[in-house]
Design a protein around this ligand. Structure first.
Ligand code: DX5
Ligand code: ZN
Length: 221
């Protein structure tokens, strides 16, 4: 359990009128990645923001920009997100039938490749991608909104993926997203996650609380 735990605040829970300042504040407060949730009102029942907002945020942080695409189709937008400053681009195989083409396009655009699965998607869907990815994102809520309740039954997927990643010998982040708080973070860490996305739990309590929130999530206490 001496794994290095990274915290990736989701700015979905930030003050949208002050997004640049918010990204600066979480970077100073100890965030490892900045988690950017892109929603299209089609793949998920909500709309958030796109590449132009991400480009505007880029000067506010030197942390890795972890872009979670909840959009369909994916491929026509990859270059725009890469040019906006994405470091990692994560897509959902549920969004289309040609996932490896998407993975190759993300790599060709100069970004790290992530694959994410919805709660209703079996972990076996990740297996064909294991040789081509840098990150696996297990959704522990149905994507679309912050502030939802953690689905405990997803923990077994994290345990399986931890075994696959360790067996592969490859450097693959195992990220968990949705309903992460001070109660559920220790469970995700115990199951094998090493990157925790946290929107509500990071941004609760105002800016003076961000550093404590991030430290507590990381320590799993
Ligand atoms: C949900 C997003 C999450 C969300 C997490 O579709 O992918 O990143 O912002 O929010 P919390 O941490 O509040 O559950
Ligand atoms: Zn997300």
């Amino acid at each position: 359990m001496s794994r290095n735990i990274k915290i990736a605040p989701s700015i979905l829970a930030a003050d949208f009128a002050k997004l640049g300042e918010e990204v600066g504040a979480i970077s100073t407060a100890g965030a490892d990645y900045i988690h950017l949730d892109v929603m299209d009102g089609h793949f998920v029942p909500n709309i958030s923001f796109g590449p132009s907002v991400i480009k505007s945020l880029r000067p506010w942080s030197d942390k890795l920009f972890d872009v979670h695409l909840m959009i369909a189709p994916v491929d026509p937008f990859i270059d725009a997100f890469a040019e906006a400053g994405a470091d990692i681009i994560t897509f959902h195989p549920e969004a289309g039938p040609h996932g490896h083409r998407t993975a190759q396009a993300i790599r060709a655009a100069g970004c790290k490749v992530g694959v994410s699965i919805n709660p209703g998607t079996p972990v076996s869907v990740v297996e064909p991608f294991m040789g081509d990815i840098d990150l696996v994102l297990v959704m522990t809520v149905n994507p679309g909104f912050g502030g939802q309740r953690f689905i405990e039954g997803q923990l077994s997927k994290i345990e399986t993926l931890r075994q696959w990643i360790d067996a592969s010998g490859r450097d693959i982040d195992l990220e968990v997203d949705g309903g992460i708080n001070f109660d559920t973070a220790p469970k995700a860490i115990a199951a094998g996650a090493d990157v925790l996305v946290a929107g509500t739990a990071t941004f609760t309590g105002g800016r003076s609380a961000y550093a404590d929130n991030i430290a507590r999530l990381r320590s799993g206490t």
